[in-house]
Design a protein around this ligand. Structure first.
Ligand code: ATR
Length: 264
């Protein structure tokens, strides 16, 4: 990346609370890259126009968050095989003046787990079957994990499980080593948990995609003595590292990016 004064950003609605500007701007500064990362708070009726004018606005890359990860695809020049398989885009990049979509959410989920233990052959309980769970499945399949999907709507779990050769389950019949919460339970009401804490008996890692280590799930994991408890900030950081490297071609300054998000 040689050009100067480039603009990157997060496309979402709302985008105002995102920590991505802080994380990437610190990364750019530390690496000596002349770029800024902004929050683009775009309403749905402005989405098409916004994407079609990225070139004019000299925007060189975007992260995509709720509610546009799927909706944005139709306006891009193309998406790569990973985004196609997951069915969602969380990163837009430029090649030859055209805008393409990819997805690093799966890295956000799988990479922090891999740092703790290899995932090959590991039995994992995945809670949820929505957007985040789809990205998790892509990554967990790549790592050769054995995934059991438990979701409020069993049919949705079945469909996702079938796509990746995993199992959909209505009850937990084993004690998983890794539990990943990809549901939104605990987001609005932190006292609600998607799972009975009994399943934490043999757990080594609990990853809750909700931010802040404040959910009932995280508290239960702590009480049960689970050694590694990760939350949504870890997911944000790991997808952020991958995005940074895709855009800049440089190694992400991980410790700097982690520091501004808050050492967790
Ligand atoms: P995201 O893109 O953040 O993953 P999503 O695609 O809306 O969001 O998925 C939300 C997930 O949380 C789904 O698995 C959803 O279950 P359903 O498939 O049954 O809708 C789950 N979820 C949301 N609210 C829930 C609740 N109150 N109890 C249990 N599961 C819930």
């Amino acid at each position: 990346m040689k050009k100067k004064n480039l603009t990157f950003g997060i496309l979402a609605y709302p985008a105002t609370h995102s920590l991505s500007p802080k994380m990437h701007n610190a990364g750019f500064k530390h690496t000596g890259i002349d770029a800024k990362y902004k929050a683009f708070n775009i309403k749905e009726e402005e989405l098409e126009n916004f994407i079609k004018n990225l070139n004019k606005k000299r925007i060189h890359g975007l992260n995509v968050s709720m509610p546009y990860k799927e909706k944005v695809i139709q306006y891009l020049d193309g998406i790569d095989a990973i985004a196609k398989k997951i069915g969602a885009v969380n990163c837009i990049y430029v090649r030859g003046g055209k805008y393409y979509g990819t997805n690093y959410d799966w890295k956000g989920i799988v990479n922090p787990l891999k740092k703790i233990m290899p995932l090959k052959g590991r039995k994992i309980l995945l809670l949820g079957a929505g957007g985040a769970a789809k990205a998790a499945c892509f990554g967990l399949k790549k790592e050769g994990a054995k995934v059991f999907i438990l979701n409020r709507t069993f049919e949705t779990a079945k469909k996702l499980a079938k796509k990746y050769g995993f199992k959909a389950t209505e009850t937990v019949e084993f004690m998983p080593e890794i539990i990943i919460n990809c549901t939104s339970v605990g987001f609005e009401n932190p006292e609600e948990s998607p799972i009975n804490p009994k399943v934490f008996k043999d757990a080594v890692i609990v990853l809750d995609i909700i931010y802040g280590h404040k959910t009932r799930l995280v508290k239960d994991a702590r009480t049960s003595g689970v050694p590694y408890i990760l939350d949504g900030y870890e997911v944000l950081l790991h997808q952020g590292y991958a995005t940074f490297e895709k855009w800049t071609g440089k190694k992400a300054p991980k410790e700097i990016m982690r520091k501004v998000i808050g050492n967790r």
